[in-house]
Design a protein around this ligand. Sequence first.
Ligand SMILES: *Cc1c(COP(=O)(O)O)cnc(C)c1O
Length: 434
Amino acid sequence: MYIDLLTDSGTSAMSDRQWAGMMLGDEAYAGSRNYYNLEAAVHEHYGYKHLIPTHQGRGAEHLLSQLCIKPGDSVPGNMYFTTTRHHQEAAGGAFVDVIIDEAHDPASEHPFKGNVDLDKMRRLIEEVGTVRFPYLSLETNVNMAGGQPSSMENIRDVCALCHEHGIPVYLDATRAIENAWFIKQREPGFADRSIKSILLEICSHTDGCTMSAKKDSLVNIGGFLAVNDDGLAERARNLVVVYEGLHTYGGLAGRDMEAMAIGIAESVQEDHIRARIGQVEYLGEQLLEAGVPIVRPIGGHGIFVDAARFLPHIPRAHFPAQSLAAALYVDSGVRSMERGGVSAGRDPKTGENFFPSLELIRLTIPRRVYTQAHMDVVAESVIELYQHPDRVNGLEMIYESEHLRFFQARFRSVAPVTVGDVSGAPTAVKQTQS
Ligand SMILES: *Cc1c(COP(=O)(O)O)cnc(C)c1O
């Protein structure tokens, strides 16, 4: 592995201050002082009243889903995220996509492709009523759409609409700071505001959040659930003991909570976030210049290459994005991540493959790890393949795990298809799990 762009999750470099914090771990089973430092940091930066730490983001998603979703409920969200949807479905809910249509179009230049479509939301409220509607799951800087932000105006309006109908809004705040950066750049009235104050305002419209601190918060492990509702917090504190650990550590060591508290304060620093997103742009600009089809506008945490356009000779059933990820690795030792049909999995009811409109690979940039020279190597390899798409073969899936298959699936190369074979029509792939 030469350059590892699989994910920016837990792969960022911690600062000297965070490492110093690791030496101050208070490993008391109950009431570690690091918990109180973390509580203060979350309160200061995210504003919510109650903190329940968890080992990572999905731990918080699990708690929220189990506590709020009943079988038969609909859970709307602005595009799905893999683990989020999994926990919603495991609790008996059905995910409903309410993101604006532009988010599904890689070429659309809409500045806020993470926005919720208010009309879709209104129609859903009319159809479903508010009884079978536990909450709106609102993701900031939508990962699967390419790291695309929501505007403050949209967050404010959609929260007002939900609250009018008594529906709470829970934020997936994993990338809220990257979202705050784009609000500052693109939304009128925010240019002179600090990232810290924009983040607080985003959160102030909502009722709580789940958080994977492995992203924005610059730690290798950690996450939390934060809510304002006293009753829900009480129930979450009770449930976290069953799945993660006592409510003052939630599956984390004291030192991990200290590093997270310090990471949260660093994550809103303007220099940091400018350099972080600037590096993503640096890579994206090179690919755009060479004509490589990528999701636009350039997102916050990585470059998303449109594999369907990159490899038009590979039908969806042979997983163009997974095929491109494999070819890139063979070419240059650069590891990327499939975000297309493999990640989307199957419809839990029919067992059929989902084939989402976006068939992408993600070149995800860890924070504070690589130099611009590394980005040059990545660009060179992607451009090389783009100029020789015939070097890339389709894949067939030979092993598929039952849950979140993209993490563990295995593939085999299929013979190159001839142009006449290209149907693009999804055909079912045989399930090989035992
Ligand atoms: C990573 C991520 C999660 C899940 O968090 P983990 O820490 O990996 O469990 C949830 N939502 C989004 C948007 C993410 O990027």
